[in-house]
Write a protein of this length. Structure first.
Length: 335
């Protein structure tokens, strides 16, 4: 999975047997059947596992990005694992438009969930994004079996697909909770489509603009492989010219690792910078002189970027709008 850097220069952005019964003969990832009625509730997740309960789930636990997405549609998530607030106390981008106080934290350190708090919550389902066919974001591999004893885990696959696909899946999940939620999904989708069109237009107007997404620590630089990340994958589909590392990551990887002495290996007009660990100013101050001298840094075109954002159309539309403004203001002739 992705690394959580001390100096972050990147976009990251960004599941199993139901207690009431489950079936592995689902409709398939990205288009699973979903429904809710007086007769019960069912949803096919991105592992092709069909979860079936006697009633619509009343209590939900979810990873932050899922919780933020469901919140947009009026679906209440009771317990959240993953970040809720940044170090300065502001809401973390992972929960999007939601207020941290809307949720009960089950643990904000990645991969660490309070089993006691989760068991006390008694959720009907646990919802988590997936990086790969069997890796849950925010759930340690050795904790999966224990969680499944508490509630079925519903998985939404996010890697190696454009972000509109997991957004659609979260919207489909929300719609199983009632017509009101389905209506909110439709309205937010319109805003997202409009924001996507504006981004595409801005990129078309800057055909020479090249963009680098990377991450790093004090010792190493990681260049992102754009097809692996849902946001980068989607931006590329809108026309963004993203730098791809020549050394393809190993199976399941998302980065090419470089030393800071190799920081000029790839040229870019614009750098997308993950600010979870530090502000842009703090990052630049900690970078070696060779990195500070990069054309994009000198041109003030290393920009703050939310590394992981809520899987909701509304919050994604807001992210797109901010990035569109960045593209419109950027100089495409820096390198």
């Amino acid at each position: 999975m992705h690394k959580l850097p001390t100096i972050a220069l990147a976009v990251l952005v960004a599941v199993t047997a139901a207690c009431g019964g489950s079936d592995d003969d689902g409709a398939g990832a990205g288009g699973g059947a979903a429904s809710s009625s007086a007769a019960g509730w069912t949803f096919t997740d991105d592992r092709d596992v069909t979860h079936t309960l006697d009633e619509v789930p009343d209590s939900i636990a979810a990873q932050s990005t899922i919780a933020g997405g469901l919140w947009e549609y009026g679906v209440e998530v009771d317990g959240v694992f993953g970040p809720l607030r940044r170090a300065d106390g502001e809401p973390d981008p992972a929960i999007g438009l939601a207020d941290p106080d809307d949720f009960t934290s089950l643990g904000e350190v990645e991969g660490e969930i309070s089993m006691e708090a989760l068991a006390a919550l008694q959720p009907d389902i646990i919802v988590a994004p997936m990086w790969g066919p069997d890796t849950y974001w925010g759930i340690a591999a050795d904790a999966v079996d224990e969680l499944e004893q508490i509630a079925p885990i519903v998985g939404i696959r996010i890697d190696e697909r454009p972000m509109d696909e997991p957004l659609t899946r979260v919207g489909e999940l929300a719609a199983t909770f009632g017509d009101e939620a389905a209506g909110e999904v439709d309205a937010a989708r319109t805003d997202f489509d409009d924001a996507s069109g504006a981004m595409s237009d801005a990129l078309a107007a800057k055909p020479g603009l090249t963009v680098l997404a990377a991450s790093g620590t004090l010792e190493e630089l990681y260049v992102a492989w754009p097809p692996g990340f849902p946001d980068l994958n989607y931006y590329a589909s809108l026309g963004m010219q993203l730098v791809e590392p020549t050394e393809h990551p190993e199976a399941g990887g998302f980065w090419e690792t470089l030393s800071w002495e190799q920081v000029d290996t790839y040229e870019a007009d614009l750098i997308l910078s993950d600010v979870r660990g530090a502000t842009i100013e703090q990052q630049i101050a900690q970078m070696p002189p060779t990195a500070q001298d990069l054309p994009a840094v000198q041109a003030d075109q290393m920009v703050a970027w939310p590394a992981a954002t809520a899987l909701g159309y509304g919050s994604s539309a807001a992210v797109l709008a901010e990035l569109t403004a960045t593209v419109e203001a950027a100089d495409e002739d820096v390198v």
